[in-house]
Design a protein around this ligand. Sequence first.
Ligand SMILES: NC(=O)c1ccc[n+]([C@@H]2O[C@H](COP(=O)([O-])OP(=O)(O)OC[C@H]3O[C@@H](n4cnc5c(N)ncnc54)[C@H](O)[C@@H]3O)[C@@H](O)[C@H]2O)c1
Ligand SMILES: O=C(O)C[C@H](O)C(=O)O
Length: 324
Amino acid sequence: MSVVKVGVTGAAGQIGYSILPMICSGQMLGADTKIDLALLDIPQCEDALRGVAMEISDSAFPLLNSLKYGSDPREILRDLDVIIFLGGFPRKAGMERKELLQRNMNIFKEQGAALNEVGKPTTLCLVVANPANTNCLVLSHHAPNIPKKNFTAMTRLDHNRASFQIANKVGALTIDVKNVAIWGNHSSTQYPDVNHGTVRGGAIRPAVNDDEWLNGEFISCVQKRGAAIIAARKLSSAMSAAKAAVDHVRDWFLGTKEGEWVSMGVISDGSYGIDAGLCYSFPCTCVNKEWHIVQGLDINEFSRDKMNLTKQELTEERDEAFSA
Ligand SMILES: NC(=O)c1ccc[n+]([C@@H]2O[C@H](COP(=O)([O-])OP(=O)(O)OC[C@H]3O[C@@H](n4cnc5c(N)ncnc54)[C@H](O)[C@@H]3O)[C@@H](O)[C@H]2O)c1
Ligand SMILES: O=C(O)C[C@H](O)C(=O)O
């Protein structure tokens, strides 16, 4: 049985509480992979983190090989294979995500510096904490010893949300929906694109047969779903975010299914006219722990406008993050 070293930052938080049992029960890396788990949170959350660690131990997960936790990133992030970055300051009701930028940027600057010292060239990093795309860019910038392709931001939750909306509209299951795509930022400017997707094996547009809904309500529902959950729960999404992070890492690590793609925030190589260096969500396939942007999709004028709008927001976020 192989052993994979998995780190989770912000492990004492809400998403942490949902994701840790998923990781330890094999939902992320499979039932034949043991887990060495390393949990990081800030010193102020030391008691809460210790409590989470006690619960993990008490769950007696057969796949858990070892468990360590603490507040020193240089100790906890050392030599890991995969790190899920949840640690940050979450958006509260009424806050715009951009407002979080400065606060979270400093966290990712420090963690990038730590990772640069104690990470491996093969460490795969998924940034969930918002603003996820720009935090990811800042993290990678401060960890130059680790290849840029090892840093991704989570837009899988948006991808899953879009798949559910389509399935629900036509009375199918989410598993029947393939190849929706999220372009751009994990924010309200993201563009959920159904033009290349299928439901029950046929193209989504004719199956839905309601372009007004697809071009309007569907897009804004997916774009604003995070805010709607905050308004309803008074807390940001946690269960669905944990599930999406597990989906993202599983597909990255173990590979996407034949003929299917997933959405991932990755550092652009210039594909589809998106400036190289921006952390932008693209449809991607994964093989051998490497993602590849799906090439050659036709982009119509409607899509291009929306892709440019979210690109513009990411450019502004990046400029703000690096001008401070
Ligand atoms: N990308 C997405 O789809 C998506 C979806 C949902 C939530 N999020 C984001 O995920 C993040 C986590 O959400 P949550 O609900 O678990 O928040 P939370 O506040 O419950 O937990 C965050 C945890 O991070 C810890 N933390 C803060 N600074 C840290 C640091 N420097 N090092 C290590 N840990 C640190 C906090 O102490 C806390 O325990 C938030 O930024 C949220 O906005 C992203
Ligand atoms: O925390 C947020 O801003 C919302 C979260 O990213 C989500 O999409 O549910």
